[in-house]
Structures are given as structure tokens and as C-alpha cells.
Design a protein around this ligand. Structure first.
Ligand code: SAM
Length: 218
């Protein structure tokens, strides 16, 4: 769990917005609890809700997620998708994916999730589209490569979301590191990508949110 120094919002704003979030059901609440206990970096609850809202709003039938972890974000994506939808989710950590598989089965979503195991850069060239929504949440320094490999699989009008693009606000600071520089490069790349209309939302740890433009595949 994040502490106040990690917050993008002022503490009182974060508390206010947190209070407005509906209580999670026992599956999501247990995943949040276990993630905090075992240091699994999952999306913030408001980002999970944003993913579910977005999957619902765009009537997503196929979603590609890079970074399954224990299935917290995937649970929300799958719940927001059409009843016959499919979530394809990639992770290099077999143990976390085993947990995610149990979570999806327990939530009655087992039939609708395809878990792909391995480094995303090796797995992505084997994935078949089209997808309605693409969620990036694995190695931050690889985001640009994920986007290059996955964007051709996204339908025109499909949505791209990437987590942690403000990295506790540090991306906008003077601080330098390989990670922060890679996120700055990615943000510039995505914001000016000719196939995307993008913006960055100060939600959770910062979310890139984009739509694939018509004519982009020509
Ligand atoms: C931030 S966590 C994903 C959290 C998940 N989206 C959620 O909110 O529930 C990042 C995940 O990326 C995985 N990962 C690390 N390197 C990877 C790689 N090269 N390819 C695919 N996944 C990778 C880690 O095992 C980890 O589970």
C-alpha cells in the first residue's frame, strides 16, 4: 500500500475520494489484503474501478493485459467486459499467475480468461488480435515496446491504458533514473503517437489513457 509521500493528490483529497469508493466484494478485498501482505504491486482501487468502467463503457469483448500479477486488475477488466468477452493476460511469474487462475475460477470467470506465461516481449508476437482494450502494467521501461507490439492488435476506436506513468509524481520532478527517464520517453511517445489520441490522468499512480484513431491501420 502507498503512503502519503507516494500520493499524487493532496492527502485530504486522496482520503475524500477513497471514502467515496464503494466497498469491494470479498474477492477483490482479499486480493487487496494479500497484495499488501506479500508486497504484490497491484493497481490502486480507483484504477481498478476505472478499468471496469472503461471495459463496460466501450463494450469490450476482448481485452489484452500485460502484467497479470494475482489477477486484481484482470478481475475488474473481466467483470466490466461483455458476458461472452475474453481477457488475455500475460505475466512472467508463474506463481502469481497460478493465484490469478484460482481467483478467476473462484469469481466464475475461469472460462473467459486466457493466461499466457512468459516475458511479454516474447509472448506478444504470438498473440492474435483484435482487441478492444489494451492495459499495460508490467515492466515500465518496456512500455514503448509493448505499445509497438500490441497497437496493431487493437481495433480502431480501441482504448489503451498504461499504469504508473507519473510514478508517485516523480516523473514530473527533476529526479533522474532509468525508470523515470523511460516513463518520460513513453509519455512523450504516446502523447504524440500518430495513431493515438492520448492524455494522462492523475488517477492512482498516473494513467495514460488513449484511443486508437480511425484510419490508423492504413
Ligand atoms: C504491477 S504488477 C501487475 C499488477 C496487475 N496488473 C494488477 O493490478 O493486479 C507487474 C507484473 O508484471 C510482471 N512482469 C515482470 N516482468 C515481466 C515481463 N518481462 N513480462 C511479463 N510480465 C512481467 C510481474 O511478475 C508482475 O506480476
Amino acid at each position: 500500500m502507498k503512503d502519503a509521500s507516494d500520493a499524487i493528490l493532496r492527502p485530504e483529497q486522496a482520503v475524500y475520494l477513497d471514502q467515496l469508493l464503494p466497498a469491494r466484494d470479498h474477492i477483490a478485498a482479499e486480493l487487496e489484503h494479500d497484495a499488501a501482505l506479500h508486497d504484490v504491486p497491484i493497481v490502486d482501487p480507483e484504477v481498478a474501478r476505472f478499468l471496469e468502467v472503461t471495459a463496460r463503457a466501450c463494450g469490450a469483448r476482448r481485452v489484452l493485459e500485460i502484467g497479470t500479477a494475482t489477477g486484481y486488475s484482470g478481475l475488474h477488466l473481466a467483470r466490466g467486459m461483455a458476458p461472452d468477452g475474453e481477457l488475455v493476460t500475460i505475466d512472467v511469474d508463474a506463481g502469481r499467475q497460478a493465484t490469478a487462475r484460482r481467483v478467476f475460477q473462484g469469481a466464475g470467470l475461469g472460462e473467459r480468461v486466457t493466461l499466457m506465461h512468459g516475458p511479454a516481449l516474447s509472448v506478444l508476437p504470438t498473440v492474435r488480435g483484435p482487441f478492444d482494450l489494451l492495459f499495460l502494467d508490467a515492466v515500465k521501461t518496456e512500455y514503448q515496446a509493448y505499445l509497438d507490439l500490441a497497437l496493431p492488435l487493437l481495433r480502431v476506436g480501441g482504448v489503451v491504458i498504461a499504469d504508473n506513468v507519473l510514478r508517485a509524481g516523480k516523473v514530473a520532478s527533476e529526479e533522474r533514473s532509468e525508470l523515470l527517464d523511460a516513463l518520460r520517453d513513453f509519455n512523450r511517445y504516446a502523447m504524440s503517437h500518430p495513431q493515438l489520441m492520448a492524455l494522462i490522468l492523475p488517477l492512482g499512480d498516473g494513467l495514460l489513457y488513449a484511443v486508437k484513431l480511425a484510419g490508423a491501420d492504413q
